[in-house]
Design a protein around this ligand. Structure first.
Ligand SMILES: [Zn+2]
Length: 155
């Protein structure tokens, strides 16, 4: 198949700062291969008539550190076009954390986000939960176990 996906008739805002324009976008192997008038076959064709097609948005202020553990789709931000999220801001990061500060950090998360302290700090880390970690690499390793819909960047 020539294209994996063609998005046809969209109002394209390409992120360069130029004005929006009507057109098609072809995607192959996860990459945009053509923009403009696209012809050929595709495994899937989406008619975007009357819709805006743009690059994903970056959410620079999130409190998703704990939510990633139970909601890897990171709803609702993925529904709003966010493809990249900064996490670990507002002092709510799960790592790095000295072992003696684990309970304080988990308590802060409980106060600010209403997430039970036991869920954040007292459970042993596992592949299905994201808990307070001693080091940043441990947190990144834990994140690699999740099938995420939004790419998180930790501050
Ligand atoms: Zn905040």
């Amino acid at each position: 198949m020539q294209h994996d996906l063609i998005i046809k008739n969209g109002n394209i805002i390409d992120g360069t700062g130029s004005d929006a324009y009507s057109g098609d976008i072809a995607i192959k192997d996860g990459f945009i291969t053509e923009i403009g008038e696209v012809n050929g076959e595709a495994a899937e064709i989406i008619d975007a008539e009357g819709m805006t097609v743009s690059p994903g948005f970056v959410d620079i202020h999130t409190h998703l550190d704990a939510q990633i553990g139970w909601d890897p789709q990171m709803t609702p931000i993925c529904w709003h076009g966010v493809t990249t999220a900064l996490i670990g801001n507002c002092g709510l990061t799960f790592a790095p954390c000295k072992p003696e500060d684990t309970e304080i950090l988990a308590g802060m998360m409980e106060t600010v986000e209403d997430i039970p302290k036991q869920a954040n700090a007292l459970s042993p880390p596992s592949s299905s939960t994201l808990t307070v970690r001693k080091s940043f690499p441990q947190k990144v390793l834990a994140l690699s176990n999740f099938s995420l819909s939004v790419l998180p960047f930790d501050l």
